[in-house]
Structures are given as C-alpha cells and as structure tokens.
Design a protein around this ligand. Structure first.
Ligand SMILES: *[C@@H]1O[C@H](CO)[C@@H](O)[C@H](O)[C@H]1NC(C)=O
Length: 378
C-alpha cells in the first residue's frame, strides 16, 4: 500500500512538473487548444477543433464513421498499395480516416502520393520521415489535415500513373519536386511539419486551391519555399485565400515565404530567420496582410522583405500591407503605394487573436514536427 502510494505520488509530481514547464513557455492559439492535454493520445481528434484561419475548423475529419488506420509498413507500391502502408490508407480507405503511425519510420514514396478527401495524417508520438523520389499531393480533394511529419528530399518526377482516391488509377503529369503540392484542393490544414531540401519547393498551393491554413511548420534549407497561385494566367486563383501563421522560416531560405499570385494571404506571427533574395513577394495584383511577424535580416542577404514582379497584363497593384511587424538587423518592408488595409474578413470560427510580434520567437519555438514522448504532454 505504501509502495503504491509512493508510485502515485511520484507520478503526480511528474505531471505537475511537466505542466509547469509547459506553462513557462507560452503556447500559440492553436497549440493551446490541444497540447496541454496529457491524454492527447486518447483524444487525437481534439486536434481537428484547433485550427484557425482560412481552413476553419476541420470538423469534416471527425465525428461519426471515422476509420482509425495505423501505418505499420513503411514500404510503398504506387499501383497496388499493400494494407498497412501509408498509400493504402490515404487512397483506398473510403470516407473519413484518421491515419497514425505504429513506430518511427522512414517512408520512401516511389511516386507522388495522392491524399483523398476527409483524411488526417497524424504523426504525433513517433518520428515519421517522408521522402522522395516523390512526395505528397492533395489533388481535387477537401478536408485534409497533414500534421507532425518530416518531409524532405522530394525530387521532380516524370508523368506517371498512381493509385488515386476511390481505387482509380490516375495519370499524373510532370511533378516539379515539392514536399507538399495542393492542386485544386480545398479546406486543408498543414500544421507542425518539418520541411526541407526539396528539388523545387516545399509547399505549392495552385490551380484553384483555397481555404488553406499553413501553421506551426518549420521550413528550412530551401531556395523556393512556398508558392501560392499557379501562374500569371490562372485568374481563378483570385479567390484563393491562405493563412500563413506561427511558422519558422530558415535558416538557409532564399525566397518565396510566400510568393503570391492573384489571391490573398494573411501572413501573421511568423518568425523569419533571414532570407537571401526576399521573404514575401508576388505578381498579378496579389493581396497580402503581413501582421506581427518577426523579421530578422541576415548580414549578407537583402534587407528588403518584399519583392514585386510586374508581368504582362498586370495592373501593378500589389496590395502588400504591413501592420505591427517587428524588424531586426535592418529588415524593411515597402508597402504597396496608396493601398488600403487588406483585411482577411474571417468568419467567427476562422478568426484568431494575432499576438504581439515580440512574442513570436517564443510562440514559434516548437514549430515543426513535435517530439511527443509516451504518456506525456506533447
Ligand atoms: C471557403 O470557406 C468559406 C467559409 O467557410 C466558404 O463559404 C466557401 O464556400 C469556401 N470556398 C470553397 C471554394 O470551398
């Protein structure tokens, strides 16, 4: 009995200690929603209620009829996926599926992986590396959460066929070699991933994709980081809306954090650890509200944060607006001339309180895939 009490007491002390450590670092609005819960493993779907920004709450990923699927096999067969593999779960299981990983693993994708609608990839609790030749694509799908993965070394890929959603073989064109590509995708939340060293870029949001939140990710070691908007001629991207919040960019990032065409981006509370050419840029009258970010210029790189490209047919009305940003090492932001404020106009479930830029280093200090230990706080 005494012995049992001792163990209970020690456990209680550990919980109190961890809770204290966690309280000492302030969590951002999305993390605060689930990370303090010591029983997060039993309540994984709590995460879906934590997103803010243009993805809104991911309520389509939870509720009745969710298939819990565990990846046990890191191998990959792009045409006949084996049960237990990531590709089987992400493409062949119908309806809502919440995908976790049994143990630490390295998954090499031989061809692009098409993630179907109502899919959650949840890497919490283990260390999951996804790398090329090909990587992740959300193609004409909605309601997708990508959380807690390390995605890197993705390479360009020749046209090929792969198993797609609903057991249909899909013919894919040339792929540039991005870690994550959204193609005509809607309602996607990309949270707490670590992305680096890919052939083209780390994240592409293109061809009519919208309602996307990119949060708590760590982007590093990359020339072209994030592209929002397909090409100058693709005017449908005018309705693209993307929230980029609480991410850590750098070290060793050159440009496109993000590069925006046509659409609207709310870029808030991100930590920029240097850039060589520029941080935020675009063409075709993009609208960007840069709010309470922490920009640190490097000694050798450009001090100017923005980059504005004029293209044929462009009215050259970049609505780049900076509010409450924090600048270090001579970093400077040239707003578009004569532009008014460009507000995100969030709905109540998308809206969030943007923190003071001075707190951004702390609020992004655990950006990237989290290391959650067994039976403890994440
Ligand atoms: C984007 O989200 C808004 C707000 O939930 C919704 O009204 C709109 O239909 C969505 N757009 C698309 C293209 O799904």
């Amino acid at each position: 009995m005494v012995r049992f009490l001792n163990i209970a007491l020690i456990q209680l002390l550990i919980v109190l200690f961890v809770a204290n450590v966690l309280e000492a670092t302030e969590l951002n609005v999305m993390d605060k929603c689930w990370r303090p819960n010591p029983h997060w493993r039993k309540n994984r779907n709590q995460l879906a209620r934590c997103s803010v920004g243009f993805a809104g709450k991911m309520l389509g990923n939870i509720g009745k009829g969710v298939t819990q699927y565990k990846v046990t096999d890191p191998s990959d067969d792009p045409i006949n996926p084996k049960p237990g593999t990531l590709r089987y779960g992400a493409t062949l299981i119908k309806g809502k599926k919440w995908i976790t990983f049994k143990r630490n693993m390295k998954i090499n994708l031989h061809k692009p992986l098409l993630i179907s609608s109502f899919t959650t990839l949840d890497g919490r609790g283990v260390s999951v590396h996804i790398s090329g030749p090909a990587c992740l694509v959300v193609y004409r799908a909605t309601d997708v959460i990508i959380h807690g993965l390390k995605i890197h070394d993705c390479k360009a890929h020749l046209p090929s066929s792969v198993m797609g959603p609903d057991s249909k073989i899909i013919q894919l064109g040339h792929m540039d070699g991005d870690a994550i590509g959204l193609v005509a995708a809607k309602k996607v939340w990309i949270d707490h991933n670590t992305l680096y060293d890919c052939e083209d870029g780390l994240l592409d949001v293109t061809t009519g994709s919208t309602n996307v939140t990119v949060s708590n990710n760590w982007f590093r070691n990359q020339d072209k980081v994030m592209l929002l908007g397909h090409d100058d001629g693709y005017v449908r991207d005018k309705s693209m809306r993307v929230t980029v919040a609480f991410n850590h960019f750098g070290p060793n990032c050159n440009q496109r954090m993000p590069r925006v065409r046509h659409g609207y981006a709310h870029v808030a509370n991100n930590y920029y650890q240097g850039w060589t050419q520029y941080a935020i840029g675009g063409s075709m009258s993009p609208r960007v509200k840069s709010e309470s970010n922490y920009f640190v210029a490097t000694k050798s790189g450009s001090k100017e944060i923005t980059w504005k490209k004029s293209s044929r047919g462009d009215k050259m009305q970049w609505k780049f607006f900076s509010v409450n940003d924090f600048f270090e090492n001579g970093a400077c932001f040239s707003p578009g001339k004569g532009v008014g404020k460009v507000k995100p106009n969030y709905s109540p479930s998308e809206r969030f309180t943007v923190a003071d830029a001075k707190n951004v280093k702390e609020l992004t200090s655990s950006a990237g895939a989290l290391q959650c230990t067994r039976h403890s706080i994440c």
